[in-house]
Write a protein that binds this ligand. Structure first.
Ligand SMILES: Cc1ncc(COP(=O)(O)O)c(C=O)c1O
Length: 352
């Protein structure tokens, strides 16, 4: 929001309750494009009543389905109640040391490493991470691949080099990788025991509500994470639904095509808006516009006033990597092909 003194209110997120409080209740229900979760979710009909009633038994069938989907072996797979569980708890399993994290990235990582007593240093881009590693300044590193929200990607060769040069963990958060052709770091697991890959069932499968994700590692981390998880950490309905979603190759293929169409439609609209005003990056399930905060805020506000909620972030203070990160606006894929958005943007003007 632009405040009456012309300055920007710090906004970095908020849910639809927040959106309604700031912008008022829209005429039509909110179109929530603030998350990057697929607008279409996997639906297996009729979860049997015993799945609701009984405690989950062995999670072996789920691990096998995940191992096949992620192309690895079941022994490397730990099911989690969302990959967020590992993000929150893994740093506490490691002795405090220096860890590198992206300066612009899913903020829960930095929060958890800091709370667990690690010294966090931020990097601006993958080249910056590589130079920190070459200087011997790091013990561990976190790479979000593709990064949310910048959509920057890190090649597998760089991940393997990092693993070779750092004494600690290399954590690769692949929550948004499923729709991209980017190769997964999972293939490196057999030869990289200090590599940990995080995968989410929430984003691509549109199943964020069931809370299901995976930690994959060939080292001793799976055993230690299982101790923290305790029994029945992933609910029986989540295991049941997750196993079916991971095995349903026909649905996955059709879903990828549908998402590709939605991506192309949204990209067309956003390219018109971006022109030479903003940069536009494709994160698969979202696009991110970056540039000056004022026109980005106008865009966020214009969309919100038409009931379309996007994720806007602006930090006026310099970050620890030394620079002031430009503002960004992240927009998830709309299920209507962008019809409502195109209508909302018809009269937008940026007074630069
Ligand atoms: C980059 C990234 N990783 C992980 C997560 C956590 O996802 P989940 O716990 O639903 O698997 C999120 C959630 O937004 C995210 O943006």
């Amino acid at each position: 929001m632009i405040l009456s003194d012309g300055s920007a209110e710090l906004l970095h997120g908020g849910d639809l309750t927040y959106a309604s409080a700031v912008f008022g209740e829209p005429d039509e229900p909110w179109q929530d494009l603030s998350t990057g979760i697929s607008p279409w979710g996997y639906r297996a009909v009729n979860i049997p009543s015993d799945i609701w009633r009984d405690l989950p038994g062995s999670n072996r069938p789920l691990c096998e389905a995940a191992a096949e989907y992620y192309q690895t072996q079941p022994e490397f797979v730990v099911p989690l109640p969302g990959s967020q569980f590992a993000i929150s708890h893994m740093p506490r399993l490691l002795a405090p040391a220096t860890v590198a994290l992206p300066a612009i990235g899913y903020a829960e990582h930095a929060k958890a490493w800091q709370q667990a007593g690690h010294r966090v240093v931020f990097y601006d881009c993958i080249a910056g991470l590589q130079s920190l590693a070459e200087q011997g300044a790091l013990h561990s590193a976190v790479v979000i691949n593709p990064n949310n929200p910048t959509a920057e990607v890190c090649p597998l060769t760089t991940i393997e080099l990092l693993h070779g040069s750092l004494p600690g963990m290399v954590v690769v958060d692949e929550a948004f990788i499923d729709t991209l052709t980017l190769p997964s770091a999972v293939s490196l697991l057999p030869r990289c025991p200090r590599l940990c890959v995080l995968r989410s069932v929430g984003k691509f499968f549109g199943l964020a509500g069931i809370r299901l994700g995976f930690l994959l590692s060939s080292g001793d981390l799976p055993e230690r994470m299982l101790q923290v998880l305790g029994p029945w950490a992933v609910s029986h309905p989540a295991q049941w639904m997750g196993e079916r979603a991971l095995k349903d190759k026909a649905w996955q293929l059709a879903h990828k095509l549908r998402l590709r169409d939605a991506q192309q439609q949204l990209q067309k609209i956003l390219q018109q808006v971006a022109r030479d005003r903003f940069t536009l990056a494709n994160g698969g399930l979202f696009f991110t516009l970056r540039g000056s905060w004022k026109p980005l805020m106008v865009l966020h506000q214009t969309l919100a006033e038409s009931g379309i909620y996007t994720r806007w972030c602006y930090w006026p203070e310099p970050n620890e990597a030394g620079g002031t990160p430009p503002a960004w606006l992240r927009i998830g894929l709309p299920a209507d092909g962008g019809v409502r958005m195109a209508q909302a943007l018809k009269t937008i003007t940026f007074s630069e």
